[in-house]
Design a protein around this ligand. Sequence first.
Ligand code: T3D
Length: 263
Amino acid sequence: MAFSTIEFAIDAGVAILTLNRPKALNSFTSEMHAEIREAMTQVTQDDGIRCLLITGSGRGFCAGQDLSDRALTTDGGAPELGESVEKNYNPLIRSIMGLPKPVICAVNGVAAGAGVSLAMACDIVLAARSASFIQVFCKIGLVPDSGGTWNLPRAVGLARAKGLAMLGDKLSAETAEDWGLIWKCVDDENLQEQAQKMARHFATQPTRALGRIKQLLNASSTNTLLEQTELEKEAMMELGKSDDYREGVAAFMEKRPPVFKGA
Ligand code: T3D
């Protein structure tokens, strides 16, 4: 597939989506959204893809919306941000969080605005030690979108979420790890290797179970215990009939490594 604002490659069950507008710190344009949508459709439909890895090219991860066409016009005209969010950002975040496969994000540099929201929508976030996270929305008179106000307080708690979103200060990758915003930060030179190693690992694991784990954990904060335990039961009922469960138990009993097919 030929894309101009992203790179998209599939190898050994892993899809790697690289945001590729480095001169503008990989900020989102309509074209980039359309290309990401196309890639996400393939990731969703192709059972051979068992893990998605998202990263950025150049020195930044993603600076959120490209602001070059967002200025108010002199005649008072204003961009329809609601339409943009509904058409581009919300479907993107829902498609990542609803994807029944693991999604890794390798934050290679600064993440700002919807770039932070994109990272937070992924299941495992690794960040380069030099990377940073900025809830920059308040600096241009907006609110965190793309699930930002949902994921941020759940990750770091309300006090820190308000401080980050209302002050717009830069959060270092190390503090982001301390605060639970991300899984881990790693030395810059090791980021891509470690992210790809983890992606290759996920591509050999019981994909349906991993998909259900993320679904259950994402649902847990808004469910009652009763609702959540029902969901767990449904997942166990389904997975108990899966080939990968049969293989996992057989491999344990036979004292050999399991060979999961993702089915
Ligand atoms: O609009 C809608 O559809 C609604 C949805 C909105 C979602 C959002 O994400 S709103 C938030 C939009 N993003 C921002 O406000 C971030 C703007 N960028 C920055 O604040 C800074 O660039 C950073 C803090 C991210 C990084 O700072 P720094 O000093 O490392 O880099 P820089 O020099 O500012 O940027 C480097 C280049 O990237 C520069 O271009 P140049 O001068 O070299 O030609 C800069 O203009 C460009 N760039 C960075 N961010 C954006 C951008 N160009 C367009 N849009 C950007 N968002």
